[in-house]
Design a protein around this ligand. Structure first.
Ligand code: ADP
Ligand code: MG
Length: 696
């Protein structure tokens, strides 16, 4: 039994490993740095670097890299070997404290949104001591932040780290004010459920759209989709099982607690969820997980698709971000406890969260958005673009009774518990029932944010959650400060909760988030419904949002501006690739197939004594489809060119969204129609029914 986990964390320079290998004062000094109490001095850094190198080389590493996360959303690394010429002509290995702490990858081609003009193009990486160092493919990877010469963030990790400190201070303030003086700091726990598709590599390789865009740009949903729900939680096919086994082993070696795996709702779709960890580490580990999923899939003859909507007509993929706030002595501040109605601290944190989300819904929506997620939000089984919170009737009842000043139900026992299996004396009880249609749901002792795209880094989402939550908490703390007696403070806190519920109850919704009625109801409540990613980027210009980030020191105005530019630029570029791929596939795969098929019937008809009706119908259909496909391509190309004539990336993006995207859908309609009647002799591209159901 114990052998199963013997390699757990073997590729991580863990705290245990550090304690083992470092002299005590050096280890203590590192701990203090990690807790943000001390700056690392040169000697300590040298000692750590030396021990790290020894450990890495013992585990087969030959190189090291500063592993960073540029604004593209992926990860980046530039490897350097430990090797150096020694005094006697023999190679030696070297890794100094300086090399550990600071790097200067040129990396000037990454987007910077104007933060790096060429004359000051330097970008620096700095060791993030709060995320453990690990080995990947013989390379010692050091998690780092990436900043410009002037100290501006060129990644989304630096701001995440800042937001964690801001949240820690604010949450600690409130906890201390409410009577618990022991708590010195807080952190967040994040559990990221990762959804993905697997398809056989042989199909992937034959589809340019999957290779270049990560999604199918056309294709008719197969005859069998997900209506039978027979894939969801079904038996995992053996090849997938073998793949998952290796994934688990690899992740365990990297100290990642891969825990849950199952088939998802759509055919070919799966999910992997690790056990939650500290926010910053969870974000890093998710990046690694995506990397390993992609790589390992190839070994098993699969392509792993992390795109939010690889296939039309079936579910897309998300990354559920489970979020809670934990004190340094392990208390979960979203834990309702046995008597939530009497738990003022719980009620305060829940109310703060409700306020935070209602104050910044569009920002939160943006933090979960990317080009691919535009196809998912509001489509099959995906949260709509409207932000609302689902609390579950139990918590909702409590908040309602506070709000209306009625007698509060004081104990969970008052809720009927049922025992589905006789003979079990203990049934773990959930405080919240499930509503899968809500973008933000309270699930027992955490909030689950379900909007995030499957391909995205979870950095920005958590940066936003931390910062908006910190603002709410600080606002509450300001009102509590100065009150002398604890009983009065608690009374006041309850008052504040009442006020917050009153002001923000419009964001609470427990009905069907997928329904058309909700869209209307949300509009009536004044909740924003920004349908596109590109339009959501505008929120970074909003003075309220600028103030939120700048006053908390998480982003400067210049950085926000740069991020907005990069988002628009990335959107335009991705759409460029999609349009060009569509043109290319139309020219190389679709139109020639249509024409050859037409030719086939024309020739057959010319030979026949009496032309069969079927031939005539097909020729008519094909001739019409060829015309339509051709003219729809022309139309799309013209609109795309027009959009690109707009100098501004944002305006261009908006034009793409409102004119080019519908033109792409129009073109898709004709290609899909052709697919439905096409003969395999002519149309060679892999079909949905092949890609989604072939796991042998
Ligand atoms: P479901 O699919 O029902 O949402 P899962 O068990 O698949 O549930 O995933 C739940 C995720 O939430 C896991 O990653 C889990 O570790 C994480 N999680 C559980 N408790 C907390 C918590 N207090 N804070 C943050 N994440 C948590
Ligand atoms: Mg979930």
């Amino acid at each position: 039994m114990e052998n199963t986990y013997k390699d757990f964390g073997s590729l991580v320079f863990t705290e245990v490993e550090m304690e083992e290998r470092l002299p005590r004062p050096v280890y203590d000094s590192w701990k203090a740095t990690e807790a943000n109490e001390e700056q690392l001095d040169r000697q300590t850094a040298d000692a750590i670097a030396h021990a790290m190198k020894r450990w890495a080389m013992e585990h087969g590493a030959t190189h090291f890299t500063h592993w960073f996360q540029p604004l593209t959303g992926g990860t980046a690394e530039k490897h350097d070997a430990f090797i150096e010429p020694g005094a006697n002509g023999q190679p030696i290995s070297r890794f100094s404290g300086k090399m550990l702490i600071k790097g200067e990858p040129d990396a000037s081609s990454f987007p910077s949104g104007g933060l790096r003009a060429t004359f000051e193009a330097r970008g620096y990486t700095y060791w993030d001591v709060t995320s453990p160092v690990f080995i990947k493919d013989n390379v010692l990877c050091i998690p780092t932040v990436f900043v410009s010469y002037n100290g501006e963030a060129l990644d989304r990790k630096e701001p995440l780290l800042k937001s964690l400190q801001v949240l820690s201070k604010a949450a600690t303030r409130v906890v201390n004010l409410l009577g618990d003086k022991e708590v010195k700091s807080c952190d967040i726990s994040v559990g990221l459920e990762q959804e993905y598709f697997l398809i056989d590599l042989k199909y992937f390789q034959r589809r340019l759209d999957l290779k270049l865009c990560g999604r199918t740009l056309f294709g008719t949903p197969s005859t069998k989709r997900q209506e039978l729900d027979d894939h969801y939680f079904g038996a995992i096919p053996p090849r997938v099982q073998a793949f998952m086994k290796e994934i688990n082993e690899e992740l365990w070696k990297l100290g990642i607690y891969a825990k849950t795996e199952h088939n998802e709702v759509a055919p070919g779709q799966f999910e992997l969820a690790p056990i939650f960890s500290k926010g910053n580490i969870a974000v890093d580990q998710n990046q690694l997980t995506m990397d390993i999923l992609r790589k390992t899939a190839k070994k098993y003859g699969f392509a792993c698709l992390l795109h939010e909507k690889p296939f039309e007509g079936i579910n897309g993929s998300g990354k559920h971000n489970n979020y809670s706030i934990i004190t340094d002595n392990g208390q979960n501040l979203f834990d309702p406890g046995k008597k939530p109605a009497e738990n003022i601290r719980f009620l305060t944190f829940i109310s703060a969260f409700i306020r935070a989300v209602d104050e910044y819904p569009v920002l939160l929506r943006l933090s979960a958005s990317c080009c691919g997620n535009d196809h998912r939000l509001g489509a099959d089984e995906a949260p709509p673009a409207i932000i609302s919170i689902y609390l579950g009737s139990y918590i909702e009842d409590i908040l309602y009774s506070i709000y209306t000043n009625q007698k509060i139900k004081t104990s969970k026992e008052e809720n009927t518990e049922f025992n589905p299996v006789s003979g079990l004396s203990y049934i773990p009880h959930d405080n919240a029932d499930r509503n899968r249609t809500s973008p933000v749901a309270f699930t027992g002792n955490k909030f689950e944010f379900r909007m995030l795209g499957s391909s995205m880094s979870a950095s920005f989402t958590n940066t936003v959650l931390n910062t908006i939550m910190a603002e709410s908490l600080n606002d509450i703390a300001d009102q509590l400060e100065g009150i002398k007696y604890l009983a009065d403070i608690r009374e006041k806190a309850l008052d504040i909760c009442r006020q917050l519920i009153h002001e923000h109850k419009r964001i609470i919704f427990s009905g069907d988030g997928y329904s058309k009625e909700w869209e209307k109801e949300a509009a009536r409540r004044g909740l924003p419904n920004v349908s596109s990613y590109i339009e959501a980027t505008e929120i970074l210009k909003d003075p309220k949002v600028i103030h939120l980030f700048t006053s908390n020191g998480v982003y400067s105005e210049k950085e926000l501006h740069a991020n907005r530019l990069i988002m628009a630029e990335q959107y335009d570029r991705m759409m460029d690739i999609e349009v060009r791929t569509l043109i290319e596939m139309g020219r190389k795969d679709v139109l020639p197939a249509m024409s050859a098929e037409f030719d086939f019937y024309a020739e057959a008809a010319s030979k026949a004594k009496k032309c069969p009706k079927f031939f005539e119908t097909r020729m008519d259909q094909l001739s019409e489809l060829i015309d339509n496909t051709y003219s729809a391509t022309e139309k799309m190309t013209t609109l795309w060119k027009e959009a690109n004539e707009t100098g501004d990336d944002f305006e261009c993006g908006k034009k793409i969204y409102y004119t080019v995207v519908p033109a792409m859908l129009e073109l898709r309609k004709y290609i899909d129609r052709y697919e439905q009647i096409a003969s395999r002799n002519f149309y060679k591209l892999p079909l949905y029914e092949e890609m989604l159901f072939d796991f042998d």
